[in-house]
Write a protein that binds this ligand. Structure first.
Ligand code: DAH
Length: 342
């Protein structure tokens, strides 16, 4: 092989290796093995002294051309690789700010008691009731006396009371809101009055010293027990669905005359009889009645002109029946594992 041919083959080989080079290190190695102290091209150039003078010019010129061509190819390949590497880095660093987050945070939710409270409230508001309320720490007068339960009335024993002092109690029911309504709201009205109430009770599956009630209170001229029954039926159906049956059962409350309790067909067994309804198929759901004329008189109204209808319902009771919760403690303990189910 002539020296010119050798030069050409070195060049071709170097250019091929150059194309195949994938990294800056590979290119460096190639440069050293071609142009370095012990490089192939350098070795050829060293033998130039042995050439005839007329050959020397041609070989020298060719060697230089190859060297320059190789160096510039090396440089552009280097730039190419750098650009590819930069592009890859840009792609790896791309941040899609519209992508959904990776670690899902648990969603908050409403407590079943809050859900139930809102359902009852919304059913009544949908029927034209307005929200009204009173304080948890209440005058004995409002909680008892003006509701037709004077100091030594035996029915006071029905509700074991936390006394703050002789005249002040933690309200034992939401009925004192009736007194506040009679004294503060101009009739006719339809009011729903929710809130926490308190009774001296040991905690067990069906008792809690604090629980939630809602009082319904309607006042107008010429109201009848039929209006009460119609209102309660519509209300119970709005909360529990059209399929439940209701019945009014005579009862006694000092603040109503006549008084009744409303039962509804058991939501657990559908009325066939089960442990929850004690085999009767019925469950007591609220107390109600036509407001006792004494209560109206106590607040300055003439019972021959005005009639009021009232009912009181326990929110925990409704939640228990809606969700099949058989232990009231679950509703107040706030165990997250329990609450997550609703
Ligand atoms: N206040 C009664 C209780 O806590 C419930 C009740 C019964 C409220 C009859 C009423 C009613 O408004 O008319 O047991």
């Amino acid at each position: 092989m002539s020296i010119l041919e050798t030069l050409k083959s070195i060049h071709t080989e170097a250019m091929e290796k150059l194309k195949a080079g994938r990294t800056a290190e590979e290119l460096d190695q190639l440069r050293v093995s071609t142009l370095g102290k012990n490089g192939q091209l350098t070795a050829i150039l060293r033998t130039m002294g042995k050439l005839l003078p007329e050959e020397r010019a041609a070989v020298g010129a060719e060697a230089n051309r190859i060297k320059q061509a190789f160096e510039s190819a090396l440089e552009s390949r280097r730039k190419e690789l750098a650009a590819i590497a930069q592009q890859a880095r840009f792609e790896a660093e791309t941040l899609d700010v519209t992508a959904p987050g990776e670690n899902k945070r648990p969603m908050g939710r409403l407590h079943p008691m809050t859900q139930t409270y809102r359902e009852i409230r919304d059913a009544l508001v949908g029927m034209g009731f307005s929200l009204f309320g009173g304080p948890e720490i209440e005058l004995d007068d409002n909680n008892f006396t003006l509701l037709n339960l004077p100091k030594d009335h035996p029915a006071r024993d029905m509700q074991d009371t936390f006394y703050v002092n002789e005249n002040v109690v933690l309200r034992t029911h939401t009925s004192p809101c009736e007194i506040r309504a009679l004294k503060g709201v101009k009739p006719p009205f339809r009011l729903v009055m929710p809130g926490r109430v308190f009774r001296v009770d040991e905690v067990d599956a069906s008792h809690s010293p604090v629980f939630m009630q809602m009082e319904g209170f309607i006042m107008d001229r010429n109201l009848t027990l039929g209006d009460l029954k119609g209102t309660l039926d519509a209300f119970i159906h709005a909360v529990f669905g059209e399929n439940v049956k209701t019945r009014l059962r005579p009862s006694y409350f000092p603040f109503t005359e006549p008084s009744a309790e409303m039962d509804m067909s058991c939501t657990i067994c559908g009325g066939k009889g089960c442990r929850v309804c004690k085999g009767t198929g019925w469950i007591e759901i609220l107390g109600c009645g036509v407001t006792n004329p004494h209560e109206l008189e106590n607040c300055g109204f003439d019972p021959s002109e005005w009639t009021a209808l009232a009912f009181g319902i326990g929110v925990d009771r409704v939640a228990s029946l809606k969700y099949g919760i058989t232990d009231i403690r679950l509703e107040y303990e706030n165990d997250a594992r329990f609450l997550r189910q609703f």
